[in-house]
Write a protein that binds this ligand. Structure first.
Ligand code: CA
Ligand code: CA
Length: 376
C-alpha cells in the first residue's frame, strides 16, 4: 500500500468511527445497558409495573405497527424470562386495544389504560382491570370510562390515580390528574368522567395544569414550524408521567412543554394546586420515585435523556443523554417509562415512536428496554 492510500484509509476509518459513535452526556457509570430486546410483536413498548413478588409487566401499545394487537408482557423475577401475560380487550368501536399505563392494586389485580385517543379522541378511552388469580389473568373489565388520553396509572392510598394528557381546549391546553376511590371501581357500573367543559364539577379531578407551547424552531432545514401547527399537536399534550414520594406528594411532568410539577396532599384525597418545580426538561414522559435516593427520575422524550429531581436539594440534574441510535447497545432510543427494578437498577422503556424535533428521528426495527445501575 503506498503512503497516500494508507493515509486515505486511516482518514476514512477515523471518520467512519466518528460518524457511528453516538455522542453521550453523563457519568460513564450511569451509561444505560441493554436489558431486553423484543421482536416486532412488541414494536411500541410503553408502560411498566411491578407486582408484589417482583415480576415486571410491560404494555405493548403497538402504535407503530398495529398488525400485532395491544397486549401485556411479564418478566418472571425468578428466571428473568419474558412471555406474553395477556392480550387486551379490543374496544367495541375502534376494534383495537392500546394499553399504556399500568398499576397494581393491593389485591394483586392489574389495571391498564386503554388509550384510544389516536384512534378516536372523543372520550373513547377507559381504564381496564385484569382480575388475577394465582398469578394468572381471569377476566378483563372496564372500571373507568369517558376519558380522552389516560396515560400514567398509580395506586396510592386506597385509590387509582391517572393523568389525562388532553382536555382539548384549544385556548388553554389544559390537562389533569384524576383520582378514583376504590369503592367506585366497579365493573358493573364503571366510573364516568364528566365532559371537560364541566371539569370544575368533576369529583374525580384533583388537579389541572396548563401546557405552554414551546417554539421549537426548524427541523431538518425546513421552514420554522409554528407551535400551533397541527403537525405538532402532540406537543399540546399535558401531564404524562406521575408518581408519589414517601410523604405522599404527587409529581407529574408535561409532555408538550416538559414542565415538572408537584401537588401536595391535603385531607380526604384532595390536593393543593399544582406547583411548578422545574422547566429544564423540554418534553417529559415517564416518572418514577427512587426511594433509596429520595429523588424523582424523569424520562425526557425529546432530548433522549434521563433526569433526576433531587427532592431535598430542589435541583434537576442530567443523568444521561445520547444521540440518535437504534438502541441495540442499550443506549436510549426515546425513553418513555422508567421503573426501579430494585433499590439500584432502573429499567427504562424505549418507545421509539418519534415526533418532530426529537433526537430520535425514526422508528427502527430494534425494540428495547435499557437498564441503568445506580449502585456504582
Ligand atoms: Ca429502537
Ligand atoms: Ca429509533
Amino acid at each position: 500500500m503506498n503512503k497516500i492510500l494508507s493515509i486515505l484509509t486511516i482518514t476514512v476509518a477515523v471518520s467512519c468511527t466518528a460518524a457511528e459513535t453516538p455522542w453521550t452526556k453523563g457519568d460513564p457509570g450511569s451509561r444505560p445497558k441493554l436489558f431486553k430486546q423484543f421482536g416486532d410483536v412488541l414494536n411500541t413498548p410503553d408502560g411498566l409495573a411491578k407486582d408484589a413478588t417482583g415480576n415486571i409487566y410491560l404494555s405493548a401499545v403497538n402504535g407503530v405497527d398495529g398488525s400485532y394487537g395491544g397486549h401485556i408482557w411479564r418478566m418472571q423475577k425468578s428466571t428473568g424470562k419474558w412471555s406474553v401475560f395477556s392480550p387486551c380487550r379490543r374496544h367495541p368501536k375502534t376494534n383495537a386495544a392500546y394499553p399504556m399505563g399500568l398499576a397494581f392494586d393491593p389485591e394483586g389485580n392489574l389495571y391498564y389504560t386503554d388509550t384510544q385517543y389516536f384512534a378516536d379522541p372523543d372520550y373513547q378511552s377507559r381504564i381496564m382491570r385484569i382480575v388475577i388469580k394465582d398469578g394468572e389473568p381471569q377476566r378483563i373489565e372496564p372500571v373507568v370510562e369517558h376519558i380522552k388520553l389516560p396515560n400514567a396509572l398509580r395506586w396510592h392510598d386506597g385509590a387509582l390515580y391517572f393523568t389525562e394528557s388532553f382536555f382539548n381546549d384549544p385556548a388553554t391546553y389544559q390537562s389533569g390528574i384524576y383520582r378514583i376511590p376504590s369503592n367506585v371501581l366497579n365493573a358493573d357500573k364503571p366510573a364516568q368522567l364528566l365532559e371537560k367543559d364541566s371539569v370544575s364539577c368533576d369529583p374525580y379531578c384533583i388537579g389541572i395544569i396548563e401546557t405552554v407551547l414551546r417554539d421549537r424552531g426548524t427541523a431538518n432545514g425546513k421552514p420554522e414550524i409554528k407551535p400551533t401547527d397541527p403537525s405538532l399537536h402532540i406537543y399540546t399534550a399535558g401531564c404524562d408521567g406521575m408518581d408519589f414520594d414517601k410523604d405522599g406528594n404527587l409529581y407529574t411532568g408535561s409532555f408538550g412543554d416538559g414542565r415538572f410539577w408537584v401537588l401536595k396532599p391535603l385531607k380526604d384525597g384532595r390536593y393543593a394546586k399544582p406547583k411548578l418545580l422545574s422547566e429544564v426538561v423540554t418534553c417529559c414522559d415517564g416518572i418514577c420515585y427512587d426511594s433509596s435516593r429520595n429523588r424523582i427520575l424523569l424520562t425526557a422524550s425529546e432530548q433522549n435523556a434521563i433526569y433526576a429531581w433531587e427532592i431535598d436539594k430542589k435541583d434537576m440534574k442530567l443523568i444521561w443523554a445520547n444521540s440518535d441510535n437504534n438502541g441495540a447497545t442499550g443506549l436510549l432510543d426515546q425513553p418513555c417509562e422508567i421503573l426501579m427494578l430494585n433499590k439500584d437498577l432502573a429499567v427504562i422503556v424505549n418507545i421509539d415512536a418519534p415526533s418532530p424535533f426529537m433526537v430520535n428521528t425514526k422508528a427502527d426495527k430494534v425494540h428495547t428496554l435499557s437498564v441503568i445501575d445506580f449502585s456504582e
